[in-house]
Design a protein around this ligand. Structure first.
Ligand SMILES: Nc1ncnc2c1ncn2[C@@H]1O[C@H](COP(=O)(O)OP(=O)(O)O)[C@@H](O)[C@H]1O
Ligand SMILES: N[C@@H](CC(=O)OP(=O)(O)O)C(=O)O
Length: 442
């Protein structure tokens, strides 16, 4: 039988009402056999996600502080779901022994993983499906990819085509055998791994928006939904801040060419966004850009040195200094006598002075400067390389909005243009670009 893997994000499992929407969606199509869930997310804007509370408990316990308050919130959220759905569940009892694990000292990854673990157990009970613990099957390498054997063991676990399985997202085990999580938002990756292992014909990712929107809805009022987007485009958009789908979640399904659909749990009949290996001709001819995303804050270190271009290995030595501090860089624009590196600001926390000192000593620049509080925006689209006037339209929009562009960079793939602006111009820049490419309908 053809099977569909469905992943429900934190907002889709935030309370008992959301659980019942999930059940209705699963039961509406008998091919939806592999279900992956995140930990309960926010029910409203001001509430923390369960995962945030778990990290908090773990950090508080490590400092010897009483975890009563945050743990109480976690406990009542799971208990409320179990009670409202009338589940005779072991989860409330398991939570008591988990509290002891936290208080006697467990790893941060183990603590964070319990949000998905308890949620999946409740969902399996509710759907009368088999619970799958990913720690038994998914082996995660230090770089966040999984060992190939993962797909075989998981495929064997999912072998009964008539059965429904509920697997916890976000974690597996490390090569040392201990519970290990993916990076934040990583249940999307778990869903992709499950889809590939099950040989699914489709990976549906259910969230709280009706697909991938052309811009972040928290910045642009009601952005247009993208009907179809390519694997390459979505990876760029997600990496640059479109948090609705994890940028690494494309990788497991890409090789198997499994299409993905982003759908809205609260509006299941909306068509959603199709993520496909290659765009259809219709999308290619009808879209200038796929969307705009962005993130912040970034820091830019800039060096000037006359005849830098003749000093073989100058850039190599600069990046070598960053490497010594285990700092990765985002972009590295250069000109004849100058070079800059743009770095995610948090990576320089506590290291800034030492890094600058090393650069001064080892590279002796004529001038060295550091600029904080920058934001990066990405305008993404496969069609951009072939369309005349995209850059003109983009920079004209920013100029009209009075926004000073600090950085311009275009990747070799030509599917994105990266623009750096001051952090305080970030939202205005996104709105200006969006309005230029998506004129308001009267
Ligand atoms: N381009 C975008 N399209 C859709 N959502 C976006 C985009 N950029 C940012 N978001 C945010 O991502 C949220 C969905 O991601 P997330 O909170 O991880 O969902 P889930 O709880 O389903 O995992 C949306 O509610 C929205 O605020
Ligand atoms: N719960 C984890 C993993 C995850 O993917 O969550 P969500 O699907 O709510 O983004 C996190 O908050 O990072």
């Amino acid at each position: 039988m053809d099977r569909i893997t469905v992943k429900f994000g934190g907002s889709s499992v935030a309370d008992a009402d959301q659980f019942s929407k999930v059940a209705a969606i699963v039961k509406a199509d008998p091919r939806r056999r592999i279900i992956v869930v995140s930990a309960p997310g926010r029910r409203h804007q001001d509430e923390p996600k369960i995962t945030d509370l778990l990290y908090l408990c773990c950090d508080m316990a490590a400092m010897g502080t009483d975890i009563g308050e945050p743990f109480g919130i976690i406990q009542s959220r799971f208990t409320e779901i179990a009670d409202a759905l009338r589940l005779d569940s072991a989860v409330p009892e398991l939570l008591d022994s988990f509290r002891q694990d936290l208080e006697t000292g467990c790893s941060r990854d183990y603590a964070a993983s319990r949000g998905e673990y308890f949620c999946a157990r409740l969902m399996a009970e509710y759907l009368q499906a088999e619970f799958v613990d990913p720690a038994d099957h998914i082996v995660i390498r230090p770089n966040g990819t999984v060992v190939p054997q993962t797909y075989q063991t998981l495929a064997a676990r999912f072998r009964d085509q008539t059965q429904r399985y509920v697997m916890a997202g976000f974690y597996g085990r490390g090569q040392d055998g201990e519970v290990k999580t993916f990076s934040r938002g990583g249940s999307d990756i778990s869903g992709a791994i499950a889809a590939r292992a099950a040989g699914a014909i489709l990976y549906e990712n259910w969230t709280d928006t009706s697909g991938i929107l052309m811009a972040d809805p928290r910045i642009v009022g009601t952005p247009r939904c993208i009907d179809e987007i390519s694997f390459r485009e979505v990876r760029e958009m997600s990496y640059m801040g479109a948090s609705v789908f994890h940028d690494e979640a494309i990788l497991p399904v890409r090789e198997a060419a499994i299409p993905i659909c982003i759908k809205n749990t609260n509006r299941p009949h909306d068509p959603g966004t199709r993520i496909v290996p290659r765009l259809s001709q219709q999308t290619l001819v009808s879209t200038e850009i796929a969307g705009i995303s962005g993130k912040k804050p970034f820091t830019m270190i800039s060096l000037e040195k006359t005849l830098m271009n003749k000093e073989v290995g100058f850039g190599y030595r600069l990046l070598g200094i960053l490497r010594q501090y285990n700092i990765s860089f985002e972009h590295c624009p250069s000109s004849i006598d100058s070079i800059s590196v743009i770095i995610e600001a948090s990576q320089l926390d506590g290291l800034e002075e030492s890094v600058l000192d090393d650069i001064r000593r080892q590279l002796a620049p004529d001038h060295l400067s550091i600029e904080h509080d920058l934001a990066l925006l990405a305008v993404v689209g496969e069609g951009m390389a072939r369309t005349v006037g995209i850059a003109g339209k983009l920079f004209d929009a920013l100029a009209r909005a009075g926004i000073n562009v600090r950085i311009i960079n275009q990747g070799a793939s030509e599917i994105n243009i990266i623009i750096g602006v001051a952090e305080h111009d970030y939202e205005a820049a996104i709105r200006a670009i969006y309005a230029a490419f998506v004129p308001a309908t009267p």
